[in-house]
Design a binder for this molecule. Structure first.
Ligand code: PEP
Ligand code: MN
Length: 338
């Protein structure tokens, strides 16, 4: 439910609505807007008598939110959310690129990529220190040491860090090192992890589960929002289909409905979405055209030696060409690439 306050409602009137909602055993989420404040109500409100709120001073109207997710919905939050990380912005009109190797491999590698990206105006580095690998025999990541390497790269270059957390025990350590905490496809519905990350004061990049519907994905985002973390960025990384010409099927068709139903920014990951470097740039440009708010792309100085996901990783020249083409396409599409 959404309580819309009158244009001239006072802070005391807003506070009275909040207290009344809380006395009903529900949660109130005041959302100040440019012209009036709205108060989102979450919790099981089936037994609430709307008249008890309607009669409070300063209340204009009550709107029933029909979506299963509330705080993630546009019904409750009509304006786009813009997530700010350093000088980067996620949300229209910005189109923001996150790039870097799949995994943290060594200090020199991370530093080389960080310096290269900063020289190209890309201020967000991705690299996993904890890696969710299908095989237990594959490289599992540098873990805590990897986090320390990422922190040093930020100190030296000013680049901001995006890195994955795999389980609840790692949350404090990852939150201390990351500027954006990534939740991977395999953990989209790890509800204890979502709850723990919700209480971190860090933006979250929530990848879509590889077989999740849009509603399930937005319900996962709802766990983060309901737990108090407002800075959620969605990331489409491909879903499982019958095809085998690509590793996953990058579902660009999820972008318009995600934007229609939710105010959260959405990125495209064409690297995991295709699994093949030859297809990454075309799908990245398609993501821009489809209305995504940015990209997450795997980039490595020598993908043939990468310790994970080399086959889908661009080298510096390929990434330069991609950036150039995105920059020339952004303007006619009304987007602003930093
Ligand atoms: C990654 O970003 O390296 C990763 C493991 O992604 P996903 O969770 O989409 O597979
Ligand atoms: Mn990867």
């Amino acid at each position: 439910m959404l309580v819309v306050m009158q244009h001239q409602a006072t802070e005391e009137e807003v506070a009275q609505v909040v207290t009344t909602v809380e006395k009903m055993g529900l949660n109130a989420h005041p959302m100040p807007g440019p012209t009036r404040t709205a108060i989102g109500i979450t919790g099981n409100s089936s037994s609430v008598d709307p008249r008890s709120l309607e009669v409070l001073p300063g209340v204009r109207e009550l709107i029933r939110v029909t979506r299963p997710y509330k705080l993630a919905s546009r019904e409750m939050h009509p304006e786009d959310t813009i997530v700010e990380v350093g000088s980067a912005r996620f949300g229209a009109p910005f189109f923001t690129v996150i790039a870097g190797p799949c995994s943290v491999e060594s200090e020199s590698n991370v530093l080389q990529v960080a310096e290269y990206l900063m020289s190209r105006g890309v201020t967000l580095l991705r690299a996993g220190a904890f890696k969710p690998r299908t095989s237990p025999y594959s490289f599992q990541g540098m873990e805590q040491e990897g986090l320390a390497i990422l922190e040093r790269a930020r100190e030296k270059t000013g680049i901001r860090i995006v890195t994955e957390v795999m389980d609840t025990e790692q949350v404090d350590a990852v939150a201390a090192s990351a500027d954006i905490i990534q939740i991977g496809t395999r953990n989209m519905q790890n509800f204890s992890l979502l709850k723990k990350v919700a209480s971190c004061n860090r933006p979250v990049l929530l990848k879509r589960g590889m077989s999740a519907t849009l509603d399930e994905w937005l319900m996962a985002a709802e766990y983060l929002l309901a737990g108090g973390n407002k800075n959620v960025i969605l990331c489409e990384r491909g879903v499982r289909t019958f095809t085998d010409h690509t590793r996953n099927t990058l579902d660009l068709s999820v972008v318009p409905p995600a934007k229609e139903n939710s105010h959260l920014p959405i990125l495209i990951d064409p690297s995991h979405g295709t699994g093949r470097r030859n297809y990454v740039s075309a799908m990245a440009r398609a993501g821009l055209a489809a209305g995504a708010d940015g990209l997450m792309v795997e980039v490595h100085p020598d993908p043939s030696t990468a310790l994970s996901d080399g086959a889908q990783t661009l080298d510096f020249n390929e990434f330069d060409r991609l950036l150039e083409s995105l920059r020339s396409l952004a303007e006619p599409l009304g987007r602003n690439i930093g």
